[in-house]
Design a protein around this ligand. Structure first.
Ligand code: F3S
Length: 276
């Protein structure tokens, strides 16, 4: 008999759940096309479902007419985009996660107070691009210790984190930054949902012969979960749907752990559990 454990933290986080509810509500109430600035969620199956409900993904505002309805996803966007939407009289459905909004507000406030903003995170991640847009794109974005010497020239520094980065990366970089003799304000803006999910995945991976991570191939938090699990378990697979499971992996396996990224819908997780 194989023991199967599903992580309690698997699936939508608070911010994604909130964004999906806002979009579902808009689909019910609005008869014209609804546009999302980038995919609402890093999950192909959900994107296909929304596409059939006349929800279209755009990359920039030149792709929509004046007076359209545009959803800002949980990652948030730069301040300039709100201004552009105002000029086009766009009906904004703002699903920016409140935790991301908090980072944007810190960056905006401390930039205005004359601090150099440091974002610890991935410069290509939409959340980081959006946050940088709250300090006129002037932030230094760091994702390893090697970039640190260049910040020595600033008198006042404000450090924030991309909400989904690994805690140890943040603390390692912050300890390096603190060696600079300048005024430093540090805001650990890592979302606790991410930490809890990563911690549970770690424990589950330690105690499982096979670990399954369910989530979009483009989802950075799902990829990070997979990385973490690989440190503690020899057999880790990252899948988008149950159909990708090759049952050969369960040979001689007594325990299977399952976790899922923040953008993985409950019905996909359920199918995976059933197949296992
Ligand atoms: Fe928000 Fe945390 Fe999710 S920042 S979008 S609740 S991972």
């Amino acid at each position: 008999m194989r023991n199967v454990t599903l992580a309690k933290t698997a699936g939508f986080c608070f911010g994604v759940d909130r964004a999906i509810k806002k979009l579902d509500n808009a689909v019910k109430c609005i008869n014209s096309p609804i546009y999302t600035l980038g995919p609402i969620i890093h999950n192909n199956q959900m994107i296909q479902k929304y596409d059939s409900q006349n929800v279209k993904i755009i990359n920039d505002l030149s792709q929509v007419e004046n007076n359209s309805t545009v959803v800002i996803r949980s990652h948030g966007v730069a301040k300039s985009l709100y201004d552009q939407m105002g000029q086009k009289n766009i009906n904004i459905i703002d699903a920016t996660c409140p935790y991301v909004k908090k980072v944007q507000n810190i960056v905006n406030e401390y930039c205005m107070k004359g601090y150099k903003i440091i974002i610890i995170g991935d410069e290509n991640h939409p959340e980081v691009i959006g946050v940088n847009g709250w300090c006129n794109n002037s932030a230094i974005i760091i994702n390893n210790k090697n970039n640190i010497p260049i910040i020595k020239m600033y008198d006042k520094i404000c450090v924030v984190a991309q909400t989904t980065i690994i805690e140890s990366l943040f603390s390692d970089i912050v300890s390096e930054i603190q060696k600079c003799h300048c005024e430093i304000k540090v805001f650990n803006t890592i979302c606790s949902a991410t930490e809890e999910r990563q911690e549970e995945a770690k424990l589950l991976a330690k105690n499982s012969d096979v670990m399954i991570v369910v989530g979009g191939y483009d989802s950075s938090n799902t990829k990070k979960l997979t990385e973490i699990c690989k440190v503690y378990c020899d057999k880790v697979i990252h899948i988008e749907t149950a159909s990708e499971i090759d049952t050969k992996i369960f040979k001689d396996c007594k325990s299977v752990g399952i976790t899922a990224g923040a953008s993985t819908p409950a019905w996909i997780i359920k199918e995976v559990v059933q197949k296992v």
